[in-house]
Write a protein that binds this ligand. Sequence first.
Ligand code: ASP
Length: 445
Amino acid sequence: MCKVCKFGGTSMADADAIRNVEDIIRSDDSRRVVVVSAPGKRFKDDEKVTDLLYRAFSLKDDPTGFCGVFGKITARYDGIIKDLKLDCDLSAEYEAISQKIRASKTPDYAASRGEYLSALITAKYLGFDFIDAKDCIRFDSSRVFDPETTNGLLGSALSGGRYAVLPGFYGADARGEIVTFSRGGSDVTGSIAARAAKALVYENWTDVDGFLTADPRIVDKPELIETLSYKELRELSYMGASVLHHEAIFPVRKEGIPINVKNTFDKTKAGTMILPAAKLPKPRRIVTGIAGKKNYSVINIEKSLLNNEIGFVRKVLSILEKYGISFEHMPTGIDTMSIILADSEFKIPPDRLVEEIKTTLSPDSIAVYSGLSLIAVVGHGMENKKGTAAQICGALFDADINIRMIDQGSSEINIIVAVGTDDYERAVNAVYDSFFRRGASRESA
Ligand code: ASP
């Protein structure tokens, strides 16, 4: 059985980083399938190749601007080729790519070329086969990923014990038009490849030691999480833990393949292992990790006897649906409903949305409040366990922080609280201290 290894942008950023990748691959013969990102940042103010490609697309009708940005991109790859002492001339590729970007209607083709060129170079450097994702990662005509066709195509492409490099982040529809996943999507490609190859493990090599119990920009030296379940991972990554794309679990979860997040630049560390819940070691802490996001708003709607009015909630939601607005939480009371949504979801100005709800449903009152942040407290340890919500509320009370909403998922592995954004950092620290510092002894059975 093989291991599928995905290397992120920092691991592909320059020749030294790629030499590290080679060491990792050569040290274990079962590391047969390699998925790569486009070169990322080499230093703080550096630009990621993918960002440059999106910029090149936006300048496609401005020949001077386009050539300036495209030149930076080709210089990045030529620098890598030269430093790796590879005998490889990509000028014909560059010419074809630049022509096609200028003729493209959507940015997908342009954005995908970062991974494409990375994979060509890595395959050549390692002496592995290059498999183009456009031939085996399939999207349907509505640009929605087609998992089963992909699994068949990629499964055959990877069969026979092939050593191969596959570019991350993109695939194509049946007509061969390139479609990309959302940003960070090479993680998803890695997971798709692990499923197709029936891998022993999906190793996701990045520039950090693994998942942390909280955001290190907010909490001082949070602990590393050694094991996570797929569900915990989904909750934490959706709520802002940015190590792995939040859709990366789905393909591997189907086959129960573990994901091991590891640090390319500190390979001896064990990293974080993501497993099916039944395989998690015991005992574990009540809380596995804390994540959070800023920039949320709440729409508060009040109407007397709302509880008796069949269809009220559906009508409100159908207005959101009409504008393609997705919401995160919807706590309701007998005469009230609140809709919590990311500010970026206001596809029409909040005033217009409020007006439409007013005209359609005549509520007694309706108002939008912005400046909310959500904090997710996640862990299987809280299943069937008393007191977790109490401990969160107590920690926030002690820190003199007002809770604007609290929501516990029915799976009982997450509790979400909304606080004012001014209180966000203090709130994360208060909850963290309670579960990981003062409450460290309260472990689940
Ligand atoms: N290069 C793409 C991005 O920057 C995809 C990836 O690296 O996962 O979003």
